[in-house]
Design a protein. Structure first.
Length: 174
């Protein structure tokens, strides 16, 4: 795992500690995580986050950047707490969100910041992809991504930018 990598297994372990401290089953924990946005969920009539999605973080070693926000919100941690050696000054708490909102990544803003820095550094998309350990299409696809990219890649990007993930997260009413 590189210095900018997000440790999804450590996030799952932190979630499990909180789950046990609250004496919840995995199903109850998933429900509690989902219920953080109870008003928004009833308005949107979304399907709840599944236990398999949550536990899958440990198996895959990654999760979508949007799913990570559900868990990070519930355990009240900044994403950088799960980066082994975060860039100094990037460990900033996430925005507050009431039951009528959920935390979302602003992928358009992340792409714009990434592209601006790439141009500033005079890097091709291929060179930047090599530097960040991903494919060119993973980076350029962030511009049009509707919902998510992997959390490991999102955090590699924010760490390369030297910005807290919170700079690209907002409390959404959708």
């Amino acid at each position: 795992m590189g210095s900018g990598d997000f440790d999804a297994r450590a996030l799952l372990e932190a979630l499990d500690r909180q789950r046990l401290e609250r004496s919840l089953s995995w199903k109850q924990a998933a429900e509690a995580i989902w219920d953080q946005s109870s008003e928004l969920n009833s308005y949107r009539n979304d399907h709840p986050i599944a236990v398999a999605t949550i536990k899958g973080m440990g198996k895959r070693g990654d999760t979508s950047c949007q799913h990570a926000l559900f868990v990070l919100r519930w355990i009240n941690c900044a994403p950088e707490e799960f980066v082994p050696r975060p860039v100094e000054g990037t460990r900033v708490g996430l925005p507050m969100a009431g039951p009528d909102r959920r935390l979302r990544w602003n992928l358009g803003a992340l792409y714009d910041a990434l592209n601006a820095r790439r141009r500033e550094e005079q890097l091709t998309w291929k060179a930047l992809a090599d530097l960040l350990g991903c494919t060119q299409s993973q980076l350029t696809g962030i511009k049009t991504a509707r919902f998510a990219t992997g959390m490991r890649l999102a955090m590699r990007i924010t760490q390369w930018l030297g910005c807290p993930a919170a700079d690209f997260v907002y409390a959404a009413r959708r």
